[in-house]
Design a binder for this molecule. Structure first.
Ligand code: FAD
Length: 276
């Protein structure tokens, strides 16, 4: 289908993007890689009156050290996240997960900031950010603020971002030596996850889930069972406790619950045996 008509502006800086968003009055949208927004517009599920192109803000494309964290610019493409030797060494889960997103074309265009700001429960990187307890840096009319991944995802495709705010950076705690695992169950290699699991073991274990609810979320049932001394398989039996996974052409909610239990067990086992 063809999107509804819209105005188009190119932002030359984050400040300009914030100003244009403010002037757009809630009906403007940022365009980063376009790989989530444009399909929605073509389906007429989104009809912004103004697109603000931030794809040329190359100074928001970086991976660098920031004290005890690794800072990833929001415009960093999945390919560059996957290929970052710094991330591979200090937070290998993020690099690995970015390398599992879609196909090479998607990874060349899509950005980590777009993936997080979109807030799609079927996306892979938000689950990794939840497992790693990442922090998001947001620019708005009143300056910058920070918010933890755990407070960021609010509803289906809804986040803590205000209409006039830009996600500028993702801070991932350094976790060299921590155990980690990413389990993505899909029908074909380049497909979205039917269910996915990102786990990080670093003293305690944090588990992020893909496609198990209306937002990216954590498996608190399995995490609490593990903290109470349960085995991997006993904890995994609680993977979907309190969750309401969606049903669609790929899987019923019951099948997703089953997958979550299997994948969470595998993730816990792999995270306990693979470090760094
Ligand atoms: P855009 O589409 O440009 O933007 C998405 C939303 O985020 C828009 O609302 C936009 O306004 C907002 N936004 C973008 N950047 C910012 C910012 N810096 N600050 C505030 N708001 C912002 N994803 C997966 O996780 N796993 C997959 O397996 C997968 N497979 C895919 C397969 C295909 C065929 C396609 C087309 C996409 C797939 N994706 C997958 C999605 C892909 O990862 C997207 O690139 C990503 O979700 C969105 O990033 P983007 O840069 O394209 O964002």
């Amino acid at each position: 289908m063809i999107p509804a008509s819209f105005d188009y502006q190119v932002a030359g800086s984050v400040d300009e993007a914030v100003r244009l968003l403010s002037e757009g009055g809630g009906d403007a949208k940022l365009l980063a890689g376009g790989h989530s927004l444009l399909p929605l517009m073509k389906l007429r599920l989104a009809s912004p009156s103004l697109l603000i192109d931030i794809g040329g803000l190359h100074d928001l494309s970086y991976v660098r050290e920031a004290g005890d964290a690794i800072a990833i610019g929001a415009l960093t493409r999945h390919l560059d996240v996957a290929g970052s030797s710094l991330l591979q060494r200090e937070a290998p889960l993020v690099a690995h997960v970015a390398g599992q997103v879609g196909d090479p074309q998607v990874r060349h265009r899509g950005t980590i900031g777009g993936s997080i700001a979109h807030g799609d429960p079927a996306s892979d990187l938000p689950a990794a950010c939840l497992a790693l307890d990442a922090t998001f840096v947001i620019a708005g009319p009143n300056g910058e603020r920070r918010i933890g991944a755990g407070e960021f995802f609010r509803g289906f495709l809804e986040t803590a971002l205000e209409a006039d705010e830009v996600l500028v950076e993702i801070l991932v705690p350094k976790a060299a030596g921590a155990g980690w695992s990413f389990q993505k169950f899909n029908r074909r290699a380049q497909d979205w996850a039917i269910v996915g699991v990102a786990a990080v073991s670093n003293g305690s274990t944090r588990i992020g889930l893909v496609n198990m609810g209306s937002t990216p979320l954590r498996s608190t049932g399995a995490e609490e069972a593990l903290a109470g001394g349960a085995s991997a398989s006993d904890a995994a039996a609680h993977a979907a406790d309190g969750l309401e996974p969606p049903g669609d052409l790929n899987a019923s909610p019951e099948y997703r619950r089953h997958l979550a239990a299997v994948l969470v067990r595998r993730a816990i086992e792999e995270a306990s045996s693979r470090h760094g």
